[in-house]
Design a protein around this ligand. Structure first.
Ligand SMILES: C[S@@+](CC[C@H](N)C(=O)[O-])C[C@H]1O[C@@H](n2cnc3c(N)ncnc32)[C@H](O)[C@@H]1O
Length: 110
């Protein structure tokens, strides 16, 4: 799977062999992890304090629900950044790969 093959389609791009292809794609891994890092930057952006009283929270230890966690690339980054993560996905083929990462301690159990 590469960026030349176009945008993945739900659910076909995430089932069976396609889920393996997704999980083995270095381009997809890089893309998901880069996006997740950007999200984390927004989450801890000081300017967001203008929108609410976020400064009372411990920014280093959120519990984050990774909805549509796929094979767990984003969860790896979130856990690696010190957050506790609950990964949810509607497709077992994808979720099972995230579970494997959790077991291999790439994603720690919470
Ligand atoms: C781009 S992929 C995974 C992205 C993820 N950030 C990663 O690191 O791999 C999107 C995922 O969203 C899941 N998804 C789509 N609709 C969903 C829904 N309604 N509920 C739960 N998961 C959903 C798909 O099964 C797919 O695994």
């Amino acid at each position: 799977m590469s960026n030349r093959e176009g945008t993945p389609k739900f659910p076909d791009s995430y089932i069976g062999d396609k889920s393996i292809e997704y999980d083995n794609s270095t381009w997809m891994e890089r893309n998901q992890k880069k996006t997740t890092l950007l999200c984390l930057q927004y989450l801890t952006d000081d300017k967001l304090d203008n929108l609410g009283n976020y400064n009372v929270l411990d920014r280093n230890h959120y519990i984050i629900v990774d909805l549509g966690c796929g094979s767990g690339f984003s969860s790896e980054i979130l856990v690696g950044s010190g957050h506790r993560v609950i990964g949810i996905d509607i497709l077992i083929d994808m979720l099972s790969k995230a579970k494997t990462k959790k077991k291999s301690q790439k994603i720690k159990k919470i």
